[in-house]
Design a protein around this ligand. Sequence first.
Ligand SMILES: Cc1cc2nc3c(=O)[nH]c(=O)nc-3n(C[C@H](O)[C@H](O)[C@H](O)COP(=O)(O)OP(=O)(O)OC[C@H]3O[C@@H](n4cnc5c(N)ncnc54)[C@H](O)[C@@H]3O)c2cc1C
Length: 535
Amino acid sequence: MTERIDHTLRDRWAPTPGALPPHALRWLRRRTGLAAVRTPARVPDVPGSALSDDARDALAAVVGPGFARVDRDSRLGRAGGLSYVDLLGRRGSGGPAVPDAVVLPGTPEQVLDVLRACVEHDVAVVPFGGGTSVVGGVAALRGDKAAVIALDLSRLDRLVSVDPVSRVAVLQAGLPAPEADRLLAPHGLTIGHVPQSYERATIGGFAATRSAGQASAGYGRFEDLVEGVRLATPVGQWRLGAAPASAAGPDLKQLVVGSEGVLGVITEVAVRVRPRPAVERYEGFAVDGFDRGSAVVRSLAQRRVPADVTRLSDEDETEVSLALAGGWKTKALKALLRARGIARPCLLVLGWHGASEDEVRRRRGEALRGERVAPLGRALGEAWRHGRFGGPRQRDALMDVGVCVETLETATRWSRVPELRAAVRRALTDALGDCVVMCHISHVYETGASLYFTVLAARDAEDPVGQWQVAKAAASEAIGGLGTISHHHAVGVDHAPYLEAEIGGLGVEVLAAVKRTLDPTGVLNPGKLLPGGLA
Ligand SMILES: Cc1cc2nc3c(=O)[nH]c(=O)nc-3n(C[C@H](O)[C@H](O)[C@H](O)COP(=O)(O)OP(=O)(O)OC[C@H]3O[C@@H](n4cnc5c(N)ncnc54)[C@H](O)[C@@H]3O)c2cc1C
């Protein structure tokens, strides 16, 4: 087995801590009133394992003794996900719920046997992929069970089959995205799914959370890429997805996609794959004001000519990007924008993938025809592409100097974008006081778009967790009625209280009924997705 994701690194994203440049720190102090605080990681206390000897023996008999682990580091390494509150917990504020054991099955059949053993021994199961959940999806909650295990799927790391004619690849669920792409490369194929968590998240995690990648406008959201699934449940195996399209009743496959580990464990996904692009072209543009920029990306989506990556930053996000970048190039860019009369610059990044230069040139021409955008050149687009996985590293550095830094996201119809953006900004500013609220659109549809917010504030030294929870609750209330509680981060624990308002009481009942059928004793991922009492 190759442990490709290092789950011991759970207090930060990168093994080597980065540092903010002095100019960025000065800017932050000015905008947020940040004081000089340092918050080094502190190893939290880990309680003893509550797993009974019988349960442990039964699990070890299924997966082998080396793969049923109760040592402290294995357990701590799978304690929770990577939200701001999760990371605070590992820096001594609050504390993560730690699983009683980590179990690593090597085959889909072993997953089924592990689930049976857990039912028999009254043990809750938290499916654990890359552990990048930011909504509490992998919190080790035991519900009413005697113990809880993290079911680490990293040994399910095979490319099972490739059908290059149909462009379908069957991938095991524990494969991290880069590894999946590496295995597909010799076949000339890619999954084309590139979320910011690409380096650590897994195929099963993408399917379980209805993930959306940065190139969603070109390749689709992950649920669009799922041709079929293989699910292990406490009552047996369920395979779905026999054909590319079907009128054989409702699409039950889509019930599994987004089920966040409460209905079963996804062990394999048949993924619709694409040829690896021969040409990739990224370009930066400026638009004057977010409303005008929003009209541009709406036009691209509604004329059905979006670039594969279509990403519009608002005024604040653009300002922060420039402030954090600093340097003479940034000064030159600001001067250029002023010279062009762009008073409220919003950065638009468009990225095209194609089989040839001609194809990309043609698509670019179609997209830009008639749009009022100021080209800033390929260097800016390439700079964005180069740094597109850098956010989590930057978050580590910001947390190190005492910044409250978190993101939240939603989606709504085009006509409601201005109202929703204003409502969330107001809620966050009222809750946090001096803060910077940035927003971007990175997923566009004919009828609407996602809004992704990043918040920076001076961390409350006394109650940092409470500070964020108040702000998050205010933002979630503001979203209610105007948009969805999650466009791609999923429900987990954090959004469960808001699910009923979105899907209705009947919707919650339908999900609960399906859960009772597939997981009658409720061992699977207690406390996630379904509002309290029904999970
Ligand atoms: C810095 C950062 C950036 C992010 N950017 C994006 C982004 O751009 N787009 C996006 O969509 N998301 C993003 N996310 C959120 C997260 O990466 C996604 O939700 C991702 O799909 C989770 O994959 P994972 O393998 O890490 O799953 P995990 O975090 O391990 O699990 C997520 C949920 O799915 C369940 N689960 C995991 N594997 C399985 C399985 N095989 N069967 C059943 N249930 C399972 C877990 O129990 C949990 O409830 C980001 C997160 C971080 C920390």
